[in-house]
Design a protein. Structure first.
Ligand SMILES: O=C(O)c1ccccc1N[C@@H]1O[C@H](COP(=O)(O)O)[C@@H](O)[C@H]1O
Length: 214
């Protein structure tokens, strides 16, 4: 079953709708330059609404150790997502489970990148864009090598119309969406979130019916 993360939530109503739609994880952007940025206190208030087994994720871009510590203090049970130029040491400093974002583009060596972050719970694959992420841009999925050796979260420009193709071609552990389920930056659309989650389940059903390759 493909796990679903919906990212960039800023409103209680969207958190509740994302949970109702079937999201497994919700992301809160602690990056002041993002149009979806929330403060650690706001992230805590939003994360407090989550029921058991729905994971809050705190997204950082080149944050200082003190900024990461503030986020972790506010939402102690969160998974961290490092989406900038953080080194393996930066990611490990908070001593919390984390996802490392990889900025996919021509010439990017994902296997080498993965070997530098053996402590990451998984790699989140996003398009290489200016501003680091959340741009709604799809990257060339054929750039993903086989056997990366850790769970992959497919991201970058996913939406209800293309996520089935993404899952059936890449077969990721999870998918992550932000722009593709929004009415405006940081304002989610309950209908699109529902359609996205339904499309993921449809992809899973198609994969379950696909005979294994010989
Ligand atoms: O959402 C943002 O504003 C953001 C800013 C900086 C880095 C990452 C950001 N979001 C993440 O980007 C990917 C792809 O998003 P999209 O679906 O293409 O809009 C996703 O993981 C967001 O979590």
């Amino acid at each position: 079953m493909t796990r679903i993360k919906i990212c960039g939530l800023t409103r209680e109503v969207d958190v509740d709708a994302a949970v109702a739609a079937g999201a497994d994880a919700l992301g809160f952007v602690l990056y002041a330059k993002s149009a979806r940025a929330v403060t650690p206190d706001r992230a805590a208030a939003l994360a407090q609404r989550l029921p058991p087994f729905v994971t809050p994720v705190l997204l950082f871009v080149n944050a200082t150790a003190s900024e990461v510590a503030q986020g972790v203090h506010a939402v102690p049970h969160a998974l961290l997502q490092f989406h900038g130029d953080e080194s393996p040491e930066d990611c490990a400093a908070a001593a919390r489970p984390y996802l490392r974002a990889a900025r996919m583009g021509p010439g990017f060596d994902l296997l080498d990148f993965a070997s530098r972050y053996p402590q990451a719970q998984g790699l989140l694959l996003d398009a290489h864009v200016e501003g680091y992420g959340g741009a709604g841009k799809v990257f060339d999925w054929s750039l993903i090598p086989a056997n990366v050796g850790c769970p992959l979260v497919l991201s970058g420009g996913l939406n209800p119309a293309n996520v089935i193709d993404g899952i059936t071609r890449v077969r990721p552990w999870a998918v992550d969406v932000s722009t593709g389920v929004e009415q405006a930056k940081g304002i989610k659309d309950a209908g699109l979130m529902r359609e996205f989650c339904e499309a993921v389940r449809e992809a899973d059903e198609r994969l379950a019916c696909t005979p294994p390759s010989p």
